[in-house]
Design a protein around this ligand. Structure first.
Ligand code: ZN
Ligand code: ZN
Length: 151
């Protein structure tokens, strides 16, 4: 995911707009498999202040998530803010990302932001009934008799 910042470097203080998209392969993070159903889309403004490039915008994508209640896979929209600084390599001492020349490779920053903001628990639907604690069937799809004999 590459951003050409030649225009911004030539005109410090001026804000520019860009929309970038990139298809991302499935990733593994913290023991979790992250699968992307759509390309990762980044809509951002960027500007140069004479020393650093400041980027800010939003990341949007559809993920294949596993429901914490019923254990089924479902498509989950994931939309998070994106805000990062890029500095020339010589001055990268504060945890900022580095750029050289007029091209910014954004995929590392983008993936870092996605990983850090992943929901801890995803639920396919607010009304998801989950699994029966006795027989384990999916109560959204089935009706079991586990709780009926107790009355
Ligand atoms: Zn569910
Ligand atoms: Zn049951």
């Amino acid at each position: 995911m590459e951003l050409n910042v030649g225009d911004a470097l030539k005109q410090p203080g001026k804000a520019f707009l860009a929309i970038l998209e990139e298809a991302v392969k499935p990733q593994c993070y913290g023991g979790r498999q992250i699968e992307f159903l759509t390309p990762v889309r980044l809509e951002l403004t960027y500007s140069y202040d004479g020393g650093a490039l400041t980027l800010s915008g939003r990341l949007n994508m559809m993920l294949s998530s596993r429901c914490a209640r019923c254990d089924e896979l479902f498509a989950e929209e994931f939309d998070i803010p994106f805000s990062e600084r890029f500095v020339k390599s010589a001055s990268a001492d504060d945890g900022s990302y580095v750029f050289e020349g007029e091209k910014l490779e954004l995929i590392t920053a983008v993936m870092d932001n996605i990983f850090l903001n992943l929901p801890i628990k995803s639920v396919c639907n607010e009304t998801c009934k989950g699994l029966c604690p006795v027989c384990g069937c999916n109560l959204n799809l089935n009706t079991c008799t586990c709780n009926q004999g107790e009355d």
